[in-house]
Design a protein around this ligand. Structure first.
Ligand code: FE2
Length: 433
């Protein structure tokens, strides 16, 4: 059989080793050991991990790389970040947004991040950000899937024209309905906004992704309303609650009632560990709450949970580099996910799980999937997170679109066997006894 590309001797995220992947016409055609065939391009993965690309399910591309404009966030809080973004909006141009977004997309591709769900603020009546990111979405489509969420940053009801702007944005081609119920003027308005926004999505057959309960206030319970509306309107599998940080501080009894309701409603959760760590708990003295949502508990209840990056060098976060392994690494620490299965789960939380939440078609490594892959300088997903592995090759539709050199710090460990099972570390019998 003739292929356009064959990757030889790859370790796959599901644990299969020594696999060959044959690609033709932009699709994966065959996966197996010792694949027979020729190809114009052959890559020897040499026992390194080949994965589908990273997926970032929560980002703000209209604000990215704007750090310092017009000033820095002094308090580090969510509210100062929102105020600062409000100062930047009137002074930035459409070209500014496009230029920063394109630079970010280039960075993302170099990191093997080939699908991003980005919120776009619709509270500015000019809809400058919407126009800019729709333009960017079309420009980057050959190499990156950009999904846009109509996000009423200043409140769906709190901002006078947000309701009509959101409808306009959807009409212009924005894909997903967003919201921010905890920022509305009252809890009642927050709940009302969740209801209205879910109805807008249901009428148009769209997905929903709301910033939901991004606060340390345990009484912020809009996720309850979001789950209720998802079920009432038949939106199961199409709704995500982003952040859900109030759940960190909620009463345990209430959470024990809440989690099955979220699962039953088919609502997914997106935690943003880097941002949650710097934004939450800012009003605490000591002990300081971590503020990230209850990741292992939700996963245990059958709720899909993904990790997003949220912000890179913007009014809310001064660091970041489009590195989803960095996001997984932080999420692993904050949620204390250190068993081998949990660490593997963290890799899925920045690949397969967000791909499902975004509804990406053709994602994966099975025959018939899009030939979108990354070759990582790591033996397995855990190693990839540990070392924030170099992306040796980034492949889109069967073509190598970016390559990185190996990290020298990892070279000395490459010859060691990959850990496949905790049983490898079981105590051995003492020959002297
Ligand atoms: Fe966000």
């Amino acid at each position: 059989m003739t292929f356009d590309l064959i990757i030889r001797n790859a370790n796959l995220p599901d644990g299969r080793k020594g696999m060959d992947i044959g690609v033709a016409k932009g699709k994966i055609k065959a996966v197996g050991s010792n694949l027979v065939g020729d190809a114009a391009t052959e890559i020897d993965a040499a026992g390194m991990l080949v994965s589908p690309p990273f997926v970032d399910p929560h980002f703000h591309m209209d604000a990215t790389l704007s750090l310092g404009r017009p000033r820095l966030n002094q308090s580090g809080t969510l509210l100062e970040g929102i105020a600062l973004w409000g100062e930047l909006k009137p002074i930035q141009t459409r070209d500014d947004i496009v230029e920063r977004a394109l630079r970010y997309c280039d960075l993302a591709v170099s990191q093997g991040l080939l699908a991003i769900r980005s919120h776009v603020d619709i509270c500015d009546d000019t809809l400058l950000g919407v126009e800019a990111l729709l333009d960017v979405k079309a420009k980057v489509a050959p190499y990156l899937d950009l999904q846009l969420v109509a996000f009423p940053q200043d409140g769906f009801y709190r901002s006078a024209s947000a309701e009509q702007n959101l409808i306009r944005a959807l009409g212009m081609g924005v894909d997903v309905v967003g919201g921010i119920p905890h920022f509305e003027r009252t809890m009642a308005d927050g709940a009302r906004s969740v209801r209205a926004l879910c109805e807008i999505a249901a009428e148009r057959g769209l997905r929903v992704d709301m910033h939901c309960d991004e606060t340390d206030d345990p009484n912020s319970r809009h996720i309850e309303t979001l789950a209720f509306e998802a079920q009432r309107l038949g939106l199961q599998g199409r709704v995500a609650g982003s952040h859900l940080t109030s759940m960190h501080s909620m009463d345990n009894y209430y959470v024990s009632k809440l989690l099955p309701l979220i699962e039953e409603a088919g609502v997914a959760a997106i935690a943003n560990p880097l941002i949650n760590m710097v934004i939450q708990g800012r009003h605490d003295t000591y002990p300081k709450r971590r503020g990230m949502t209850r990741v292992p508990e939700m996963t245990g209840a059958g709720i899909p949970v993904a990790f997003g990056s949220d912000c890179v060098m913007d009014p809310w976060y001064p660091l970041g580099q489009a590195d989803m392994l960095e996001v997984a690494h932080m999420g692993l620490h904050v949620a204390q996910l250190t068993s081998r299965d949990q660490m593997k789960w963290c890799f899925e939380a920045v690949t397969e799980t967000p791909a499902r939440i975004l509804g990406l078609e053709g994602y994966g490594l099975e025959p018939g999937c899009n030939a979108d892959m990354i070759v990582l300088q790591a033996k397995d997903p855990i190693d990839a997170i540990r070392t924030k592995a170099a992306r040796l090759h980034v492949i889109r539709r069967g073509k190598v679109i970016a390559s990185q050199s190996r990290k020298i710090s990892n070279l000395s460990l490459e010859g060691r066997p990959a850990i496949v099972d905790p049983a490898d570390y079981a105590p051995t019998e003492n020959p002297k006894s």
